[in-house]
Design a protein around this ligand. Structure first.
Ligand SMILES: [Zn+2]
Length: 963
């Protein structure tokens, strides 16, 4: 009794305080103009407000979001690093997670969030820094208090300073494997020394070792201020509640009335413009990249987005596009155009072309084509009808946007918060409302050969001239040469080519879009009717359901084409299928590009022993696209020259896997262990060289002779219209009755019981990796439920022990997985300081301690009940979008082969007891479970001294002999 009174006594003044702060909040009018038409987003309500300390907050209440998520963008960043401590802003970003005056325990926030089913992330940009988290809504009020304390009085504890420095090092080492990062680092190094982009903003233990608690405090006081903070909160809680919580947690953040960072310095000096940079790539790829600095006022034109409009044309892949032209001449594989935002107002326009070997050798010819394409854009007025189309597409995408995973949703807001005024947020960042031909033409005036920085990236040995310079932070070899004046002038005064033109009208745009009311309450899931057979005969099995929840004018259709010539365990057959898929994509590219632009996504890929085709987007677009698409699909044409180019591209792709992050590479080994027949990348690399054009032609002629199709169709279209499309597919693929009578199912092996086993291998990529996999014996709804409950507790504990506490690596992850009716839990880390063997010991030690403390501290009964309830809620919520629902149903139909699987899981969950759970977890994680496989991958380490690499010696005498 006493307790209650005390509590109330403390509570009352708090409530009074909350009332006060809410009264001082200024409401900001919402000036968005376009209505969101997706019914599942119709119940969203938004409140925009400014707190008395100047902090701006956007609160979005949405009853349908599964979790709450929050983004804070602060207009302070790496470009304000003190000269003595490069990387300080980034380091500070890490340190805010390491304890505050109100919540002093180290990593307390991280722990709280993971215990409430959420995630955190943060990143530091040139002129802003963003912090993001998601959390179960029940934990939001507490999480907001903890989060707000980041920005009031962080502690910057010396012990944390040391450990987080290690994390910064590991994070930077990870960037070494990234090709875009490498280009950016060379550009940074060449940039104007008076522009802050020139400096090293990631930081490492060398540049930050002298940063003390005081350095961090001083910088924080100088640059973090409430008037530079922009908060975004998405939650199912009502607006009034969110308002009170945000106001009471964030009003106390001090306002020091700071201004955001600004510079008038140019990124590219005159001397750098019009020069060619040749640099060493990591992967076996040839890339030609052109960069132009966009004057700051263009990047602020949020209503007309001239950069995006220009890139819509340059990056187009239709018949008369620059890319189509380069491809016809065998010069390029891919092309993309976009704005490379190095701060909220400093943008580089970037045109990136992936070249063939021929294109690399004749890069001057490629450049000539680029400048011909630019010429047209510079000299001809921009067609208003084309702008109309672009604007319509952006608006549609915005109005029919779908629910995203809450954490990803929050992440998307981060950059927009830094650039767009709160009144219109986030509309102007996402649509192009105003046609401004003057701005387009003004911007184009600066997109010339003379103003470009051209980067040609290829493996070191491919360059004819020596790369005589070194980028200091990643040690990237490069050279820079000015391009001769006459050449530049020639490119500028070049004639346009009639083959390269503005894009033609897109035939697949949907014009009759509308949406309807929801029929089901979302809590009904999964107890709603499952998809049913739409069409079945000897050659096809297709399921269909009308969109049960989302009520958007969209469709998801996905199907596997199986053929007896596709054999998942035969390297030759697998490589031929990969080539066939690439040939299809190449053949259909112009059509697929138009579809994608009209928001109908099309993917064609090999999935084990089948070709999987997935289309997702507006139903109206699908109806226009599907029949001609299927017709073209059957009409594959491939010349010998084109075949050679595609084979060159695929060969590079296989080789480049060796340069991927080591932790990703372990997946290939895992699949090879799990599937009964599987072809690894190493096998594909050795098989591809032997494949001739004749072999391919022979394979291609047989592939569609006999096929079996299995598919899933979830759609706004009524059954008859859906059936019509599927019949088109069936009739086209099976004109006569010749179907493949023995449908294929991938087969998996169980791990042997007499383990544990380990596989040792090496990679050329940066970092060591370890993946430990444990297999569960059996497969049932109850086992899957039990496994998932365990993972919900185990994964964050693993992360916090191996990443936060032990700092073994920057990438540390663990999860549960179901694959072809087998259940696995995996634990993985990538490290530049710990060998795979050392990681394995630590993983096992973690598991041993976890089992020992299972009932006492890790998962006591109360926690088990909470996790169980959380799982029940998760199963009852339908997937966030029509697409994710379609993907789930596909898996249930064809992999688990039980459309009632989710219903069964829900029905069996209540009977899972604590005793059963503990005995399962103990048996599964404990040493007695020998179904364990460790994949150890030995990678390149810059600083070999950092790792404890025990050298085996024969005896003590040998040890004594070491000098
Ligand atoms: Zn970081």
């Amino acid at each position: 009794m006493m307790h209650r009174f005390l509590l109330l006594l403390f509570l009352l003044p708090l409530l009074a305080f909350a009332q006060d702060v809410v009264q001082d909040v200024e409401t900001i009018p919402d000036k968005t103009t376009l209505k969101i038409l997706n019914p599942s987003l119709q119940d969203q309500q938004t409140l925009k407000m400014r707190l008395p300390n100047g902090l701006e907050a956007i609160l979005v209440s949405d009853p349908h979001v599964k979790q709450s998520s929050v983004t804070m963008t602060v207009q302070a960043g790496a470009w304000q690093d003190p000269d003595a401590h490069p990387g300080l802003a980034h380091f500070l970003e890490h340190m805010l997670f390491m304890g505050t005056r109100e919540y002093p325990a180290e990593s307390e926030f991280e722990r709280f969030i993971s215990e409430h089913g959420g995630r955190t992330n943060a990143f530091t940009h040139g002129d802003f820094t963003s912090y993001i988290f998601s959390v179960q809504t029940s934990g939001l009020p507490e999480a907001l208090k903890r989060f707000a304390s980041f920005f009031k009085e962080p502690l910057f504890n010396p012990s944390g300073v040391e450990r987080e420095l290690h994390a910064i090092d590991q994070e930077f080492a990870q960037a070494f494997n990234n090709e875009i990062m490498r280009q950016y680092f060379v550009i940074k190094n060449l940039a104007n020394p008076d522009h802050p982009v020139h400096r090293f903003q990631s930081g490492n233990s060398a540049t930050l070792s002298k940063a003390t608690t005081q350095t961090l405090k001083t910088w924080f006081d100088e640059h973090y201020s409430a008037n530079l903070m922009h908060l975004y909160v998405l939650s199912s809680l009502p607006l009034s509640e969110l308002k009170t919580q945000v106001a009471s947690a964030f009003t106390a953040i001090p306002n020091k009335d700071r201004s955001p960072f600004q510079t008038s310095a140019a990124v590219f000096q005159k001397t750098l413009q019009g020069s060619l940079v040749r640099m060493a790539s990591l992967k076996n790829d040839y890339t030609l990249s052109l960069f132009w600095e966009v004057p700051a006022h263009f990047s602020k034109m949020l209503d007309s987005h001239p950069e995006d409009v220009i890139c819509y044309v340059l990056g187009h892949e239709g018949k008369e596009s620059l890319l189509a032209f380069l491809k016809r001449s065998g010069l390029a594989f891919e092309l993309s155009c976009g704005s490379f935002d190095i701060s909220s107002s400093t943008h580089l326009l970037n045109l990136q072309i992936k070249l063939t070997k021929k294109g690399f050798e004749e890069n001057n010819l490629v450049l000539m084509r680029v400048f011909q394409a630019l010429k047209r854009l510079r000299e001809e007025s921009f067609p208003p009808s084309l702008f109309q189309e672009i604007s319509q597409l952006y608006a549609q995408r915005y109005q029919f946007q779908e629910h995203d995973e809450p954490f990803d949703w929050a992440t998307k807001q981060a950059g927009w918060l830094a650039q767009e005024p709160i009144e219109t947020f986030p509309e102007l960042s996402q649509i192009i409302s105003k046609f401004d031909p003057q701005a387009i033409s003004d911007l184009m005036k600066g997109i010339t050969a003379e103003k470009a920085v051209i980067v040609l990236s290829a493996p070191k040995e491919a360059h004819t001239d020596t790369l005589d310079q070194k980028e200091p932070w990643m040690q990237i070899a490069y050279r820079i040469d000015p391009i001769e004046k006459e050449q530049l002038q020639k490119w500028t005064s070049i004639e346009t080519d009639p083959a390269i033109h503005f894009p033609k009208p897109n035939p697949f745009i949907a014009y009759r879009l509308s949406s309807s009311e929801s029929l089901y309450k979302r809590q009904d899931y999964p107890n709603i009717p499952s998809p049913a057979i739409l069409l079945e005969n000897a050659g096809i099995r297709f399921y269909y359901t009308k969109d049960p929840f989302y009520h958007v004018p969209r469709s998801f259709i996905s199907f596997d084409i199986q053929s007896p010539v596709i054999k998942d365990g035969s390297p030759q057959s697998v490589v031929l299928t990969d080539l066939y898929v690439d040939a299809l994509v190449d053949h259909l590219n112009e059509m697929i590009y138009d579809a994608k632009t009209a928001d109908l996504n099309v993917s064609i890929e090999r999935n084990l022993g089948a070709i999987r085709i997935t289309l997702e987007g507006f139903s109206e677009s699908l109806q226009k696209f599907f029949p001609p698409f299927i017709q073209q699909l059957l009409n594959l044409q491939l010349s010998e020259v084109r075949f050679a180019i595609l084979r060159e591209g695929l060969q590079k792709e296989y080789e480049n896997v060796l340069r991927e992050m080591p932790v990703l590479q372990t997946l290939d080994y895992f699949k090879a262990a799990a599937y009964r027949s599987y072809t690894t990348y190493a096998q594909k690399r050795s098989a591809i060289g032997k494949i001739s054009f004749e072999t391919f032609q022979n394979f291609a002629s047989k592939l569609l002779k006999k096929t079996f199709i299995q598919g899933m169709f979830v759609s706004s279209l009524p059954k008859e219209e859906a059936l019509e499309l599927v019949k088109t597919l069936d009739r086209s693929l099976h004109p006569t009755a010749s179907s493949y009578a023995a449908p294929y199912t991938p087969q998996t092996n169980s791990f042997p019981e007499k383990g544990p086993f380990s596989i040792l291998s090496s990679t050329k990529a940066q970092g060591d990796a370890l993946m430990l996999i444990l297999e569960i014996n059996g497969f049932s709804p109850t086992l899957r439920n039990t496994q998932q409950i365990l993972s919900m507790a185990l994964s964050p504990a693993f992360f916090s022990e191996l990443r936060t506490k032990q700092q073994t690596g920057y990438i540390v992850l663990s999860n549960s997985l179901d694959l072809e009716k087998h259940l696995y839990n995996y634990f993985a880390a990538q490290s530049t300081s710990h060998t795979p063997q050392e990681l394995l010991w630590r993983f096992e030690q973690f598991l041993e301690a976890y089992v020992q403390n299972l009932k006492t501290s890790e998962i006591p009964q109360e926690r088990f009940e909470l996790l169980k309830a959380a799982l029940a809620t998760a199963i009852q919520e339908p997937p966030p979008s029509l697409k994710s629902y379609g993907e789930q149903q596909f898996k249930l139909a064809f992999e688990i082969k039980d459309l009632d699987w989710m219903k069964k899981r829900l029905a069996e969950l209540p009977s899972l007891t604590y005793e059963h759970f503990i005995s399962f977890a103990t048996d599964f994680l404990g040493r007695q479970n020998k179904r364990r496989l460790a994949i150890q991958l030995d990678g390149k380490i810059e600083d070999e001294q950092a790792a404890l690499n025990y050298e085996p010696l024969r005896n003590i005498a040998a040890f004594r002999a070491v000098k």
